[in-house]
Design a protein around this ligand. Structure first.
Ligand code: ADP
Ligand code: ADP
Ligand code: MG
Length: 491
């Protein structure tokens, strides 16, 4: 593979291109109207315009992307995450055109892309599962019977769901008919597939996932865990590796379970097996994501392994050059997702121009971003601007570095979730490691963030006043005649 096309945009397109460049592989970018000037377009060796701004007319347009790869003679396509990365039809189309898809086979994408099919596939492998049903339901009476069996609260989930969408918690029997109906129509609207199923709602879980790598020679290893319990609307916002609560024994058991899940679908490439861990430290299989994960950098930092490099090598049919015993955890890594959203206003998208954009720098700080000062954030795509990642000897050091990096990261022109990231890093529940997926709901309110601001402003004002009082004797006001400033015209 001497040239690859990256079927994505933003930070992830750039991140993939950097590794390709390091490996001596030429890169082809694709771009929409809105991304004409985007950094990923300028960074690539070649770039092909594929359509209008809406992603359905560009980054989701399979034919245009394959056509661009054929035209530029790219031998491989890396899909990144989001967009077409978990689309089995696309993976097949790429293969049918004689191009290597940097990812698993269409079969694995298809099975794991559907939560019910995934449960079915891993059934014979002795993987702990969340109590629930293994098939989709449409009848309220069946749902009632099953809910009573597993006990409230329960969770109605869309089989085709993703990105935290298509889930409804039901606290009691009387709410069930209404919630079922809504869940089905939402799933139909969002995923074009109304299949829903029921799971026991784990009350106080942590989201812990295992990174796996599988080559085409039958080797499957795991690269330990990522803790992703800090979520809003079931979507991850702060991630770290390793988890503050896993013992070597649980880590090993989860790692082995993840490898079995990968085997169950003949997995090839980099993938992530997601689990819930309950308050008694029992773990349950949730789903598998058959792609590079947003939060993959924290794993790269603690293992020293470039996951994109491994993806490309696996796609070239190379053998993994290490074994499970060679892998170990060194240090601690933390990631804060920086969204163009206003944490003071219900995390609503904040669009506009990046009037000021100053990156934090220094040892232990990694910033994966895809924007530059002066750029306008397009409204057509995911509002994630960047991922701020820190790495330290231990968890405390990574957290302190993150707080420092956030204060040095200057973004003006739009609101971002950076202040929220700082709030998390400074919160006792987070620093103590004692938290679950309800952290945001339990501890975060915009008022608290306001208070933090107010306090900072007060301190700044007091420092200013103190300096003034200490130095007022030597502060000279220049005579009018010697001043360079013209008198302000009043007329
Ligand atoms: P990760 O597990 O990698 O953190 P996320 O759930 O945050 O994944 O999603 C990663 C990206 O993929 C986001 O841009 C999200 O919007 C997108 N995404 C995930 N699942 C879906 C889906 N089913 N449909 C559309 N977009 C999705
Ligand atoms: P998605 O495809 O949207 O990523 P997941 O099944 O991975 O869906 O679930 C996303 C999040 O929803 C989890 O990280 C967790 O916070 C919550 N969740 C999912 N299933 C359960 C459950 N059975 N009990 C409690 N929380 C759950
Ligand atoms: Mg998930």
């Amino acid at each position: 593979m001497e040239k690859i096309l990256i079927a994505n945009r933003g930070e992830i397109a750039l991140r993939i291109m950097r590794t390709a460049q390091k490996m001596g592989i030429k890169t082809v970018a694709v771009y929409s109207d809105a991304d004409r000037e985007a950094p990923h377009v300028r960074f690539a060796d070649e770039a092909v315009h594929i359509g209008n701004s809406p992603s359905t007319e560009s980054y989701l347009n399979m034919d245009k992307i394959v056509e661009a790869a054929l035209k530029t003679k790219a031998q491989g396509i890396h899909p990144g995450y989001g967009f077409l990365s978990e689309n089995a039809v696309f993976a097949q189309l790429v293969a049918d055109n004689g191009i290597t898809f940097v990812g698993p086979k269409p079969h694995a994408i298809r099975v794991m892309g559907d939560k019910l099919a995934a449960k079915e596939a891993v059934k014979g492998y002795n993987i702990p599962m969340v109590p629930g049903i293994e098939e989709s339901i449409t009848e309220i009476s069946v749902a009632q019977k099953i809910s009573k069996q597993i006990g409230f609260p329960i969770l109605i989930k869309a089989s085709a769901g993703g990105g935290g969408k298509g889930m409804r918690v039901v606290q009691q029997l009387s709410e069930l008919p209404d919630q079922m109906e809504r869940a089905i129509s939402e799933a139909e609207a969002a995923f074009g597939n109304g299949a829903v199923f029921i799971e026991k709602y784990i009350e106080s879980p942590r989201h812990i996932e295992i990174q796996v790598l599988a080559d085409t020679h039958g080797n499957i290893f795991h690269l330990f865990e990522r803790e992703c319990s800090i979520q809003r609307r079931h979507q991850k916002v702060v991630e770290e590796a390793p988890s503050a609560v896993l013992t070597p024994k649980i880590r090993d058991a989860m790692g082995k379970a993840a490898i079995k899940v990968a085997k169950a679908c003949d997995y090839v490439g980099a993938g992530t097996v997601e689990f819930l861990l309950d308050s008694d430290k029992n773990f349950y299989f949730l789903e598998m994501n058959t792609r590079l994960q947003v939060e993959h950098p924290v794993t790269e930092l603690i293992t020293g392994i470039d996951l994109v490099e491994q993806q490309i090598k696996i796609a070239r049919n190379e053998k993994l050059a290490f074994s499970q015993q060679d892998l170990s955890i060194k240090g601690h890594a933390l990631e804060v997702r920086v969204y163009a959203e206003d944490p003071l206003d219900n995390f609503l998208p904040s669009m506009g121009n990046l009037e000021t954009y100053k990156r934090p720098k220094g040892k232990g700080i990694r910033l994966d971003d895809g924007f530059e000062e002066g750029m306008t954030i397009p409204m057509y795509y995911d509002p994630m601007l960047a991922k701020l990642i820190t790495y330290g000897q231990d968890r405390d050091e990574a957290i302190q570095l993150m707080i420092q990096a956030i204060s040095e990261y200057k973004i003006k022109g739009i609101s971002t979730t950076l202040p929220f990231g700082k709030f998390v890093c400074e919160h006792k529940a987070f620093t103590s490691g004692e938290f679950d997926t309800h952290f945001v709901k339990k501890y975060y309110t915009p008022e608290l963030l306001h208070q933090q601001y107010a306090q900072e402003r007060e301190i700044a004002a007091m420092v200013g006043l103190k300096l003034f009082l200490e130095h007022k004797d030597i502060l000279k006001v220049p005579d009018r005649e010697n001043s360079n400033w013209p008198l302000k015209r009043t007329k």
